[in-house]
Design a protein around this ligand. Structure first.
Ligand code: GDP
Ligand code: MN
Length: 392
């Protein structure tokens, strides 16, 4: 689960990790009054920052430094409500519905700090780099030695000597080393306490007066741990998530939207992955990943169908079910009901195997709806690709 920068900074504050003062606003009036109070508190400039879940906002025009109330007003007016396009939003961008109005900082150096769960090592890793302010993925690809790493032993946690080592590698001044150690320890505690899988401070800055600050902060929580963080769960902003994925999560369907034209309905994550592969192999592209689960009922099948059909890119529907706990006849009835009630005109291709497969096929045959059944997964994938290409 992702959260906004202003929410992440709120969490950092609780762990005594220094962040700039600021206020989240949703209207131009609120933005003006937030800017006004920062200027009257003696700040020479404020920063107007778009709050969307994607990074790269600065380059996309979603972060502006303003030196007067008028400038702050026009920056807020431009950014609030804009369709902000960054390398992480996709070409359609993301609508900006919230701003963070913050006191501007006098940047000396822009550094990078990151904590991630290294799944292969089954350990947390603390990363630091002098190449802050830019995309860290790019640094990792072009100059991997520019990223320093400390692997954390889970039995003893992040050790002060590791923080000191990273602080020296960042080339910090002697007067900044202790601040940096406390900063990193606060970050680590916040990371562990919140069951995060990613915490990134980019840029982590030093100021002209030798202070350290988190100028930006990105946090991802582990969804599987959210049951023990009711307070964090409330930070979810559904407006930032794909509408169809939000809808699917209401019905406990595991759905991820993709860009292709063949909608997939599959039971089991492994089979769903294999289905996407075989569609690609047959020359098509999947419109989604959908695992209806092992024990889906008819209602869930109908809901899943509704979600697949709401995607305007879909030209054909490929249903690939291996009936175990989910019986094939139950699925077939669900599909027939859904196709009738939703008036489906798109071609539907099925590949069915497993429990009650004969009953399932009978239900389809008797339905007088137009289904095609593939004998094998490959046959069905070929049919689906042909249907998607030839279809409307
Ligand atoms: P991102 O582009 O989505 O990662 O947004 P960031 O919060 O990292 O901001 C992008 C860039 O804006 C930073 O790398 C800074 O160069 C600049 N920036 C952000 N806040 C300030 C500030 O207070 N003062 C100055 N001078 N620049 C800032
Ligand atoms: Mn950033």
């Amino acid at each position: 689960m992702k959260i906004h920068e202003y929410q992440a900074k709120e969490i950092l504050r609780r762990y005594n990790v220094p962040v700039p003062n600021g206020k989240m606003v949703t209207t131009l009036e609120e933005a003006d009054s937030a800017s006004k109070s920062l200027f009257s508190a003696g700040n020479a400039a404020v920063v107007v920052k778009a709050q969307i879940h994607a990074g790269g906002r600065g380059k996309g025009g979603g972060v502006k430094v303003a030196r007067s109330l008028e400038d702050a007003h026009s920056a807020s007016k431009t950014i609030l409500g804009m369709q902000l396009i960054t390398h992480q939003t996709g070409p359609e961008g993301q609508k900006v519905q919230r701003l963070l109005i913050e006191e501007a900082s006098q940047i000396d150096r822009e550094l990078y700090l990151g904590l991630v769960l290294d799944r292969a090592a089954a350990k947390y890793v603390f990363m630091a780099s002098q190449a802050g302010g830019m995309e860290i993925e790019e640094v990792a690809a072009k100059d991997p030695d520019a990223i320093y790493k400390e692997t954390i032993n889970p039995a003893i946690g992040f050790q002060p000597y590791q923080a000191r080592k990273l602080a020296f590698q960042l080339g910090l001044k002697p007067t900044q080393i202790n601040q940096a150690v406390a900063f990193m320890q606060g970050l680590y505690k916040a990371f562990v306490d919140t069951d995060s899988t990613l915490m990134e401070i980019n840029p982590f800055i030093t100021t002209k007066d030798d202070k350290l600050l988190a100028l930006d902060c990105k946090i991802n929580f582990d969804d599987n741990a959210m049951f023990r963080h009711k307070d964090l769960k409330e930070l979810r902003d559904l407006a930032e998530e794909d509408a169809l994925e939000v809808e699917a999560s209401k019905y406990a369907l595991n759905y991820i939207k993709l860009d292709g034209s063949i909608a997939c309905m599959v039971n089991g994550a492994g089979l769903a992955m294999a289905t996407m592969d075989i569609i690609e192999y047959a020359g098509g592209s999947a419109a989604n990943f959908l695992d209806v689960g092992g024990g889906a009922n008819q209602q869930q099948i109908e809901q899943a169908f509704g979600i697949l059909l709401s995607d305007p890119n879909v030209k054909a529907i490929f249903i690939n079910i291996f009936g175990g706990i989910l019986r094939v006849d139950v699925l077939a009835q669900g599909v027939v009901n859904a196709a009738r009630s939703l008036n489906v005109t798109l071609p539907i291709i099925l590949r069915l195997e497993g429990t009650n497969v004969e009953e399932g096929r009978k239900i389809l045959k008797q339905s007088d709806l137009n289904f095609q059944v593939g004998e094998t997964m490959k046959d069905a994938a070929d049919l689906a690709v042909a249907a998607a290409k030839g279809g409307k």
